[in-house]
Ligand binder design. Structure first.
Ligand code: 3PY
Length: 319
């Protein structure tokens, strides 16, 4: 009998077919992992050896415990913060991610959010909708400072951060960064803390891995240091930013605006954010390009094939 695999996130048809060729694929009956696991009969749950899902899928110990023969969790994407890693470690469950597979895609979106923020795209649309664009010589939206020459502070110079830096250079921006360690092999100035980076930068782009060390790394002090002309873009995880403090900052003009793809309690978004015209919001679509999906799925397949052949996983995450 083929080992069972629980597919908890949407994937391409070709990937689905390849999984079906080797495993008994059980599709999650709900977009919520807990509900999907709760909906399985004990027999089905007892057969599952592999879970494939986006790494932001919340997989708490209580649900993982209902899969007693689980051996491998493969994350589509770079993050794996949704998984109770202590539980995985204690049970010897191997966890893999797809490092760098979606870095270009996420960096593209970061630039999109950056341009949208700096050039006021949500407000521009509202301006049109309100019928304020009248005649050729009529009222125009006030000019703003362009991107060229602005200082871009990257929090986290991993694969995504490096792709952001490359794109920013094409926009004639100055790049600096903060990360766990300095990376002298890259030409950008290193700042010893996010606070120092925020003092220097006009725009902060957050590309941090979510863990205990980066929880609420963007706090009141950082936002105040970024200042009333500054913008925040977050394409990493919502937990890296204190969302309540960010709301205060946006409402009270501590910063000029924000572009957000990720939220602290996804998929819930504070309703107040929708009322702010200087905020661009997207529903965690950083990695949602066909190219990224293809690379992520190839990486998951390589890990699953190694597992099926009794070999070490290709891209395990540290447990
Ligand atoms: O790679 C990931 O984990 C993502 O969430 C991309 O947005």
């Amino acid at each position: 009998m083929q080992p069972s695999l629980l597919l908890a996130s949407r994937v391409s048809e070709s990937f689905h077919q390849r999984l079906r060729a080797r495993f008994g694929v059980i599709e999650a009956a709900s977009a919520d992992f807990d509900a999907a696991v709760a909906a399985l009969t004990p027999e089905l749950a007892g057969d599952i050896r592999i879970v494939v899902a986006f790494g932001s899928t919340r997989m708490p110990a209580a649900s993982l415990a209902r899969l007693p023969r689980l051996e491998l969790i493969c994350c589509l994407g770079s993050g794996y913060d949704g998984i109770d890693l202590d539980h995985a470690r204690q049970r010897g469950i191997v966890v893999t991610n797809s490092p760098a597979a979606n870095a270009a895609s996420v960096a593209d979106l970061a630039m999109g959010l950056l341009i949208s923020s700096v050039r006021n795209l949500p407000a521009a649309r509202q301006y049109l909708e309100a019928g304020r664009w009248q005649g050729n010589a009529g009222e125009r939206m006030p000019p703003v400072r362009g991107l060229g020459g602005r200082r871009l502070g990257i929090c986290g110079l991993g694969a995504i951060g490096l792709n952001v830096a490359k794109r920013a250079a094409a926009f004639d921006m100055e790049v600096g960064y903060h990360g766990r360690t300095a990376r002298p092999e890259h030409p950008y100035p290193y700042f010893e803390s996010i606070l120092r980076l925020a003092e220097w930068a006009d725009v902060l782009v957050v590309c941090l891995r979510a863990d205990a060390a980066t929880y609420h790394a963007i706090d009141a002090a950082v936002l105040r240091a970024l200042g009333p002309q500054g913008f925040l873009v977050n394409v990493s995880r919502g937990t890296t930013v204190d969302e309540q403090v960010l709301l205060e900052a946006l409402k009270n003009g501590w910063i000029a605006g924000a572009g957000l793809d990720v939220y602290e309690h996804e998929p819930a978004i504070p309703a107040e954010l929708f009322r702010l015209a200087h905020v661009t919001l997207t529903p965690h679509i950083g990695g949602a390009t066909l190219e990224a999906a293809q690379e992520q799925e190839a990486c998951v397949l390589a890990n699953i094939e190694a597992y099926a052949a009794g070999q070490p996983p290709r891209t395990p995450v540290p447990l």
